[in-house]
Ligand binder design. Structure first.
Ligand SMILES: *Cc1c(COP(=O)(O)O)cnc(C)c1O
Length: 485
């Protein structure tokens, strides 16, 4: 493809994306295809002769689009949002256009230095502590995901807890990691990858009402494990759990970590970015005093296309010692001179994309005030929704709901708990099959609740209102259709 051909098709692609985003609401949110349907519609082998790019675009429309679940649809309330925005898409495109691979400073100095500036900017925007800044002992790095961030944090924590032995000799004794039933599954995955096994995970109790970690039980478990000869490597506190956005008490947990010298990782993958707003700075309580590492995902709620998760550490030394290996073919004077950052040492893969460009584009386009307005819109709509639900005798709201997620349960008079849970799931299936919204569910105290996560870039008040009207209507219709008791 010559530059002139690229210019021509590039304009077609930008037009395609602009039209897609402008008309997105006319698609069913959740793809309605059956397993295998898309695959069967595609040729089984690759073409021998090159094809015009228009054929790719027409197959995208004809074959792939029906198999797309529209994450940017204003009725997308499932999981957490995975925001995109114009500046993020364009920043990502520029990154593709440059095609640099920023594994080392020398492989593109701007790729590294812009990343350093942008993660420092983000730390400032979120009110994170000075010691997370790259000009202090710590520093931030863009990872592909919060899952990678917690794996990398665990490797640094193991390095510190083992006095460097794990990097040299492998797992040489029983190391333990402390989580709760509400912690993201990526912690168990990280423990398995690191060779601790799921058995290395220790489940700390949660407060049954708030679902937040119980620091007293953490203290007891740590003491018990140390007495039994285990070496506690890391505690993961979550600020905004995936299931219900519960918030673990970081200051109290940090105090326990300090008593035992255990690494504290704070996973704020979804909620952390809300701290762009002063009224959410409480999210960072305890982080400055106690956290060894902290992660949040601009790719969830901060208008930045997947993938973009940021990990900060208060002390980069154990991280770099755990992960850096310098083979001859990567040796260069900048690296050996020690005057530059090589982000390959801060992550699992060697190679890395120029992700800082999209985050930079987003921060510059929206400015701090634009980012705050986006978070406040989601929080405000979630509050309104929770008020509507709370005022309706046919539903119960789970409290608290400090961010953009509202968990709630329809009431099914006459049904026992198991039947009610079945009816709630049936209601969710009907709503999702309608094409106008997409919700997911979780369980609280064993009971099924619906999760409605507000915060997609395109979601406005009218979309939340319409969704709530439809939920009420479908609930009434389904209630009426249940056999009389
Ligand atoms: C979404 C989420 C993760 C995982 O995020 P990825 O970036 O998809 O790996 C981890 N922790 C919490 C609390 C989350 O909500």
């Amino acid at each position: 493809m010559t530059p002139e051909e690229f210019r021509h098709h590039g304009k077609q692609v930008i037009d395609w994306i602009a039209d897609y985003l402008a008309g997105i609401a006319s698609n069913p949110v959740l793809s309605q295809v059956k397993p295998g349907e898309i695959r069967r519609a595609l040729p089984t082998g690759p073409p021998e002769h090159g094809e015009p790019f228009e054929s790719v675009l027409s197959d995208l429309d004809r074959i792939l689009l029906p198999g797309i679940t529209h994450w940017q649809h204003p009725g997308f309330f499932a999981y957490f949002p995975s925001n995109t925005s114009g500046p993020a898409i364009l920043g990502d495109l520029l990154s593709s256009g440059l095609g640099v691979q920023g594994m080392l400073w020398v492989t593109s100095p701007a790729c590294t230095e812009l990343e350093t500036v942008v993660v420092d900017w983000l730390a400032e925007l979120l009110g994170l502590p000075e010691r997370f800044r790259t000009d202090a002992a710590g520093g931030g790095v863009i990872q592909d995901s919060a899952s990678s961030a917690c794996l990398v944090a665990l490797l640094a924590a193991l390095h510190r807890a083992s006095g460097g032995r794990v990097a040299a000799e492998g797992i040489d004794r029983r190391y333990t990691v402390y989580v709760t039933s509400q912690t993201h599954s990526s912690l168990e995955k990280a423990a398995r990858i690191a060779g601790l096994g799921a058995a290395g995970l220790r489940a700390v109790d949660v407060d049954p009402r708030t679902l937040a970690m119980d620091p007293a039980h953490l203290r007891a478990l740590l003491a018990e494990d140390v007495a039994a000869g285990a070496v506690p490597a890391m505690v993961c506190a979550t600020v905004g759990t995936t299931s219900t956005t519960a918030v673990d008490p970081v200051p109290a947990i940090g105090e326990v970590c300090r008593e035992h010298g255990v690494w504290l990782h704070v996973d704020a993958a979804y909620a952390g970015v809300a701290a762009v707003c002063p009224e959410f700075r409480w999210l960072n309580d305890g982080v400055a005093e106690y956290a060894d590492s902290y992660a949040t995902n601009p790719h969830k709620w901060l208008l930045t296309n997947f993938d973009c998760g940021v990990l900060w550490t208060a002390d980069r030394a154990p991280l770099l010692e755990a992960l850096s290996i310098l083979p001859e073919y990567l040796r260069n004077t900048a690296t050996t001179g020690g005057s530059v950052v090589d982000y390959r040492d801060w992550q699992v893969p060697l190679g890395r994309r120029f992700r800082a460009l999209k985050l930079w584009s987003v921060i510059r386009w929206y400015g701090a005030e634009g980012l705050r307005a986006h978070i406040r819109k989601g929080v405000g709509l979630a509050r309104e929704l929770a008020e509507w639900i709370g005022a309706d005798a046919g539903f119960e709201v789970h409290e608290p709901h400090p961010f953009g997620l509202v968990c709630f349960r329809p009431v099914w008079p006459g049904l026992d708990p198991a039947e009610s849970d079945g009816a709630t799931l049936r209601l969710m299936e009907l709503l999702n099959a309608s094409g106008s919204m997409y919700l997911t569910h979780t369980r609280i105290a064993g009971r099924v609740v619906l999760r409605m996560a507000i915060g997609a870039t395109a979601t406005e008040r009218r979309h939340v209102e319409q969704a709530w009207e439809q939920i009420r209507w479908e609930h009434a219709a389904l209630s009426a259709s249940l056999p009389d008791r």
